[in-house]
Write a protein that binds this ligand. Sequence first.
Ligand code: ACO
Length: 346
Amino acid sequence: MISQQATAANTGLETAVAVGVEIAGVGHHAPEQVLSNDDLAEFMDTSDEWIRQRTGIRQRHVCDPTKGESATWLSASALKQALDNAGVDPGELDQLILATVTGEMLCPSTACRVAAEVGARGCAAMDLVAACSGFVYGLNLAHDQIRAGSARTIAVVGCDVMSTVMDYSNRAVSVLFGDAAGAAVLRACDDPARGKLASCMHADGSKWRDLYIPTRNDHIPQGADRSMARVNSVQMNGREIYKFAVGTFSGLIQETLDRAGLNAHEVDHYVCHQSNARMLEAARERFGLPTEKMYINIDRYGNCSAGSVPTALSELRAMGRAQSGETVMFVAFGGGLTWASSLWQL
Ligand code: ACO
């Protein structure tokens, strides 16, 4: 029976008292360099019209490595903003969870470097790999640790530098992605009604071939083109992912609503992974939601993988929306395949 006492002693939290969890601050950052659809059309066989009609994307931000722009830089910029926004000192962080599939290197984790960069020395830090669902996975894990009393303040960052895994000779994939990071600082609070109302997390590894980044040519399935040009770049079966995403997206929203005992209209905001504007519109129409409930920024960013949900949240908050007292559902799906949701009373 030492575990509860030890937990309370480690964190200073009274485990007998229900703990609320608030999203105390948010931030986001994208590189200055922008690639418009017309810019892409200058060096590949594509057009602004094709890209906009199929995806809703007009432009994407892309890091410039010659200026030292990297996953660490993007993540640290977003996290510094989120800490400022929350009024939280970096030294107060118990943990930093960084969702990414484009970390700087295998070891150390990018999270360790970001923690050092923002001055959060000593806080636990780790990378989480769940592709586009990574930030939502991280949000759920961070929330549950705070509610359980094993941490008080956790930063969750979603960052992907997709330009580092893009083969710009593959027009079917490279027009879709961009670089960005977003961050949220989660903190224990006195009001137990605040925090997660329901969440879902899923994966189906049997479909990994529909979206993956090979790091050796023997990762590429037999029978497919195993040329080295494909190594270290995103390989995607666009039609299969589209089918998976359309089906999963609505199913996931319904599953989360059912768990919370709410109907779709009782949720104030749906903050969704920005993979394709057509998919988002289809889900919105299926639930009969007004446009203002489902924020879309894919036109300016493209698909930023784990960076997309926190960037959308940070932009919404900057506009005075998704504020305390409102309900927000986070929804994402991506490589793995993975899919996850998190429904909050803010
Ligand atoms: N510009 C012009 N033509 C193109 C381009 C391009 N960038 N890319 C493909 N085409 C061509 C194809 O070669 C094909 O030509 P063909 O008929 O002569 O062979 C034609 O356009 C149609 O190609 P499709 O792949 O069938 O196009 P589709 O209507 O399926 O749209 C798209 C492609 C936009 C990629 C769609 O499948 C999609 O959105 N899939 C989901 C992908 C996604 O969201 N991935 C993100 C990662 S996963 C995630 O975030 C969850």
